[in-house]
Each structure stands twice: as C-alpha cells, then as structure tokens.
Design a protein around this ligand. Sequence first.
Ligand SMILES: NC(=O)c1ccc[n+]([C@@H]2O[C@H](COP(=O)([O-])OP(=O)(O)OC[C@H]3O[C@@H](n4cnc5c(N)ncnc54)[C@H](O)[C@@H]3O)[C@@H](O)[C@H]2O)c1
Length: 391
Amino acid sequence: MKKQVNVGFIGAGSFVSGYHLLTARDSELMKIRAIADISKETLDLQQKKFKPDYVTTDYKEVLADPEIDMVIIGTKHDLHAKLIIESLEANKWVFCEKPMAQDDQESRAVIEAVEKSTGKLAIGFNRRFAPAHRDMKKLIQSVKRPWFLYYRQMCPYVSKAKFYYTQPHILYEGTHILDLVCWLFDDVPVRVNMTGDFTDNSVQLEFKDGSQVLFLCGTMSSFLYWKEQLEFCAEHHAINIADMVDMRVRGWEGEFDRLYSPYLDEKKEEVFKYGFDFYDTLRSELIYRQTDFINQYNIPIEHVNRPAPNPLPYDIEKYDKSNPELQIFFPDKGWRQSLEHFAECFLSGKEPENASGIDGALSTELAVALMKSLELGQRVEFKSQFLKEKK
Ligand SMILES: NC(=O)c1ccc[n+]([C@@H]2O[C@H](COP(=O)([O-])OP(=O)(O)OC[C@H]3O[C@@H](n4cnc5c(N)ncnc54)[C@H](O)[C@@H]3O)[C@@H](O)[C@H]2O)c1
C-alpha cells in the first residue's frame, strides 16, 4: 500500500501558504510534489519554504504529472469550478477551497465531472472538522427537535479589503456556516430569508421540523472581539461555543464545559490553565501589535484588559509578537484535520467525511437563494435541485 500521497498545489497565496502547505509539509501522509502559481514571486517564496520537487507557472503541468495523486486548489473562487473540473478530468483527487462554485450552473458542471472521474472531490469546509463542532454534533444527536441555533461570524478585518467588496459576503464567507449548519442538522432548510446588504446580513433558515437558525454574517465588529460565536438551544439543552475554543454544555447528564487547544496547540497549556480569557487577551494583543495593519484602518482601539479589582492572572506583555510560534494564533477550525483526513482516505480507501461536491453545491445554492430573498425583500422557499443526489 502507498504510504504517502503526492500532492500538487494550484494557487499558493496567503491562505494556502499559511495553512495547507504547512499541513502537507509537516504531515507524514503527504509529500509536496509541485506548486503552481501565476506569480513568480510567490513561487520563489514557497519554493524556499516548502521545497517541492518543482514549481511552475502553468497549472496544467500539475494536472499532466502522473506522479501527482491529489490536487489542492487555493486560487480565489472564480477559478474553483473550472480547476476542479480539469483536475477531475485528469482523474486526480481534488481538495478545493470554498466556495466550490459561484452559481448553480457551475455546481452542476462540477457534479457531472465528479460522476465521470475516478478521482474524488472534497471542499474546504473545515469547520466540520473543528474539534468543538465534532463534539457538539455527537452531543446533539440525542436531543429532541426542533433545534434553535444562533451563529455570529463577523470579520471586521476584511471590510476594507477591496477584493471582498466585489463579492457577496454570504457566498464568499457565509457558505462556511451554511455548510456547517446543514452538516450539524443533517438537513437543509425549507425556507430562507436574508436582510441587510452586500456585506452585512442577518440570515434566517427554517427547517421542516420547526428548527430555526439565525446567522449574523458580515464585517461589523471590533478587531479585538472574537470572530465567531455559536449558541444552540433545544428542550432542556444548551451549548455555547466561543470561537471554537470555549464550550459550555448544559443539560446532558455527565457532560461538562470544556476548552479546546488553539490551532497547532499554540499556548495550549496557558489556555487550559487560565481559560478563554487568556486566549482572548493574547489573540487581541497580537492583533493590536500589528500596528501597520491596524493603522491603515485609522480607528481608535484599546488593549483588551481587566483592571483591578479583578485583574487578569497572567502577564500578557511577556508574549512577544516577534515570537514566530505565535504567527498563527487562531482557534482550531479543523484546517489540518480536514486535509489530513482526505489524504488518509486516499491511502486507506475509506470514504471521506469531507464536504462533497453535492455539499459544495448545496451551500452555493443556499447562498444564491438568500441573495434572491434579499433582492425580493421577502423569504423564499428553498427547493434544492442537488439534494436528491446526496448519498
Ligand atoms: N478555509 C478557510 O478558512 C479559508 C480562509 C481564507 C481563505 N480561504 C480560501 O482560500 C482561497 C484563496 O484565498 P487567498 O486569500 O489565499 O487568496 P490569494 O489571492 O492570496 O491567493 C490566490 C493565489 O492563487 C494564484 N493564482 C491565481 N490564478 C492562478 C492560476 N491560474 N494558476 C495558479 N495560481 C493562480 C494567485 O497568484 C495567488 O497566489 C479562496 O478560495 C478563499 O476562499 C479559505
């Protein structure tokens, strides 16, 4: 049996170089065979850092390479469907970043390509693999429906980035949470509603069993506040998850609150000792210290702190931003696990639990329906053309 998957990257920009390339480099399951990017500067940088067998400005070289088992697509979304289809035509396994497609037509073309290929497709909806979400999914199985879920995902740091203004936020970023909800509920909504504008939205999803989701999606928040919050309520049960690090569990006999390590176990000991406060203050402090980044926004912000009479029990000042270990101090959103799991399935022949092409299509279809609702100013029925194909 093969011991390592040979991976080829198409698109190695800011996200992929900070996450999937690190995972592939550090995992025993993968070997980085090639990196393709249209930017020579990016290729120079990644070649030095990740030492692939070769780099190329022509992604077709990656697709034509018989040594490559799996292609990881990390370009921006407008190329996703096209590159997935070409990779599947080359019978590669394909791991593609979200969103899978920009509309239902692209989704349909992807699904047809999956059916014809001997390769498999996974979409980078990593939140399914966040340890906190996996634990939550197990817990809620025993709870009587209807379920009520609130999710807040606000990313103030993207609000001024020009690229995001050309994208409906619900498609580009919101699909992460639309997929997470469908995965947690094992169902898709029957009616959807969205208010707001192009970047900041309040979303309601209604399910046939009466379950309801309220999702706040956009850019409105403080840089120093944690990005995501989940609250689940059902008969005599409640769960609260702050940024995938701190989980309150109420109503299950023998189950208790828990904390999760940040990504790559950074400062795990301190987080476990001091709790979410430590994660929150250190994360905020690191953002605060990125003065160039913050200055461009020209907004007044303060350090996160808790003064006397209840001061924080640790000295956040001692964690220096020049410490390279802290370059990625984020919650564990399941990035590493989702890619490693897909590679492991390639090697073992197991069926991947990653979001499939149909899941990718469903999340885009929901985002499109929500945009329709926004345009019409009313809630709309959601009848999926893809759901019946979900196995
Ligand atoms: N899962 C997550 O948590 C998460 C977080 C951030 C971004 N993302 C996703 O990652 C993807 C990339 O986002 P980013 O912010 O890193 O973008 P980016 O612009 O930094 O990177 C994209 C890269 O693709 C390259 N590229 C463009 N066309 C190409 C082509 N034809 N062939 C080869 N390379 C090409 C660009 O040169 C660039 O280096 C997006 O799909 C985004 O949604 C996912």
